[in-house]
Design a binder for this molecule. Structure first.
Ligand SMILES: Cc1cc2nc3c(=O)[nH]c(=O)nc-3n(C[C@H](O)[C@H](O)[C@H](O)COP(=O)(O)OP(=O)(O)OC[C@H]3O[C@@H](n4cnc5c(N)ncnc54)[C@H](O)[C@@H]3O)c2cc1C
Ligand code: SF4
Length: 501
């Protein structure tokens, strides 16, 4: 019996996981304490448990013994496994969360951490790239990735003559658009069992957030590949131009919906980027869309991972903007009825119903509102982590603390993503039906995002005024007379109390 066990964590569900090499059996622990720590979206728990069970089933189908164990904690699951199977070694791929490897390896001397990663980028390579650089510019990292993986390259030059087609990819939504329906997986017996189990756990006190519903995101390798194929064939060609656009009731636009599959380990980032490149080479998708997608996957995703490995949760600590407010009640409750902002209500309804919002909704609506309100970065990170289908610490900390809330004072992003309602008006169809006006800074019709933006600049005038990329915005404050400025301050204070009521 002894031999070698491969211990597979919930976000390591890849047949290429190096811990599987030479394993006599596999251990997967479904820990009931994990969901208890944060109030996770019900659909995220459904997806993660279902994916773990599907992975176990796939392995068993290939003749590999699996010990799928439900236990109160990972430690308890490991202990039970050690008693029953008495393995000589338990191989565990280095976990994605900083510090988790040491913690899990410390549980028993037989646990051996296997070096490697399901990302393209080895942490040591990222550290080498980052060493000595004052600014870790994503664009520099991305160009190296393109060269290294020979993606969208014509020899030494970028295919199509440019590295970046972002300027072409910021179109506002045209009237009457109808994005193609995304791939939908079919639920099976495993899903039914997981749903029943979650129902029992909720009855015993497990607190979740959001609505349950038919599973939208892939839970197996097979489903993830279908989702990738369907995206490349039907949505990729128009992915680029409307990447930043928001439309009421349109939850997914032309986005890939692949983050949960990539983050679980069901898809490999390189195969996604190569599939997109092949579509361009075959003349099935334009370079603007394909480059935009490749940049997200081999650029942003890998960069965010590298920055997290380098800085870990310390990104939350500087809290340079001294933000200390709680997450607004309407957002915590995912309750569109609790806000009269048309943009926020629709985005919250989307997160409630799907555990998903696309990048601009996350950054320029939810993130922007939390930034300008002054929400505490740790609380914001916990909320995003729990409410989204693709949330894990490695991806939440840099995206929420570094990108959206600028808690590190510019070590990751050179300037904060703060914007007035005018940005939302340009990029969406929300404002027309909203009771507020995006142009107004004060008064009963003033858009909350607009009031909060000017108040944010004013409260952080000194810090932001010293930032060369924000100087102009801060200088615009001087065009507002003192009477209006104090009205803005007063109205913003009222909004902060209302949001936290
Ligand atoms: C405040 C905030 C929170 C976020 N939280 C998460 C999260 O918990 N998990 C997560 O995977 N992404 C997160 N992101 C990044 C990005 O918004 C999502 O990856 C994307 O919206 C997922 O949807 P999609 O698969 O349809 O992506 P698309 O828009 O179609 O992009 C394609 C792929 O690129 C990758 N990608 C693009 N940008 C990023 C990025 N900044 N960081 C990491 N991967 C990226 C994703 O894997 C994504 O599947 C967050 C961004 C912000 C601003
Ligand atoms: S006016 Fe302001 S609150 Fe209303 S939809 Fe536009 S941006 Fe959102």
């Amino acid at each position: 019996m002894p031999g070698r066990t491969a211990w597979i964590l919930a976000d390591q569900l890849s047949a290429g996981n190096p811990a599987l090499d030479g394993a006599d059996r596999v251990l997967i622990v479904q820990s009931s304490s994990r969901p208890g720590r944060l109030r996770f979206h019900r659909q995220k728990l459904q997806l993660v448990f279902s994916a773990m069970r599907h992975f176990a089933e796939d392995l068993e189908g290939r003749g590999i013994d699996v010990d799928y164990r439900r236990a109160p904690t990972l430690a308890a699951g490991l202990e039970e496994h050690l008693i029953e199977f008495d393995p000589e070694t338990v191989a565990l791929l280095e976990p994605n969360t900083v510090g988790a490897g040491q913690r899990l390896a410390g549980l028993d001397p037989r646990v051996e951490l296997v070096e490697g990663t399901l990302f393209l980028t080895d942490p040591a390579d990222f550290d080498r790239w980052a060493e000595g650089r004052k600014l870790l510019r994503m664009e520099d990292f991305y160009r190296e990735q393109r060269r290294k993986y020979d993606l969208l390259m014509d020899g030494d030059e970028p295919a199509g003559g440019r590295w970046n087609y972002d300027p072409e990819n910021r179109e506002p939504p045209p009237d009457g658009i109808t994005p193609p329906r995304p791939y939908r997986p079919r639920e099976d017996g495993i899903d039914a069992e997981v749903r029943e189990e979650l129902g029992r756990m909720e009855a015993e006190g497990l607190a979740t957030t959001g609505e349950d519903g038919p599973r939208i995101f892939p839970a197996s390798r097979d489903q993830a590949l279908r989702a990738l194929d369907s995206f490349v064939a039907k949505r990729l060609p128009t992915f680029g131009p409307y990447q930043d656009a928001m439309v009421e009731g349109e939850r997914f636009m032309w986005h890939a919906l692949l983050s949960s599959s990539l983050n679980l380990g069901l898809l490999d980032p390189l195969e996604c980027a190569e599939a997109a490149e092949a579509a361009w080479r075959d003349g099935e998708a334009p370079i603007e869309s394909v480059e935009g997608f490749v940049r997200q996957v081999i650029g942003w995703r890998e960069y965010v991972w590298g920055v997290y490995r380098l800085r870990g949760r310390s990104m939350l600590e500087p809290n340079e903007l001294k933000a200390d407010r709680p997450v607004p009640g309407a957002i915590m409750a995912l309750d569109p009825e609790e806000t009269s902002m048309a943009c926020l209500a629709d985005t919250l309804a989307g997160v409630r119903d799907t555990a998903y919002a696309h990048h601009i909704e996350r950054l320029m609506l939810l993130g922007n509102l939390m930034l300008t309100l002054g929400v505490d970065p740790t609380e914001a990170t916990d909320w995003f982590h729990s409410a989204f289908i693709d949330g894990y610490e490695w991806v939440m900390v840099p995206n929420v603390a570094g990108m959206a809330l600028w808690a590190d004072g510019g070590k990751m992003m050179t300037k904060p993503y703060a914007a007035t309602g005018r940005y939302v008006d340009r990029m969406s169809d929300y404002c027309g039906d909203c009771r507020y006006s995006p142009k107004q800074r004060t008064g009963p019709d003033a858009c909350p995002l607009t009031t909060l933006y000017w108040d944010f600049l004013d409260r952080n005038r000194q810090l932001l005024g010293a930032n060369h990329r924000m100087k102009m915005q801060v200088r615009n404050l001087d065009r507002i007379d003192e009477e209006e400025m104090s009205a803005i301050r007063e109205q913003a204070a009222g909004l902060r109390s209302e949001f936290n009521a």
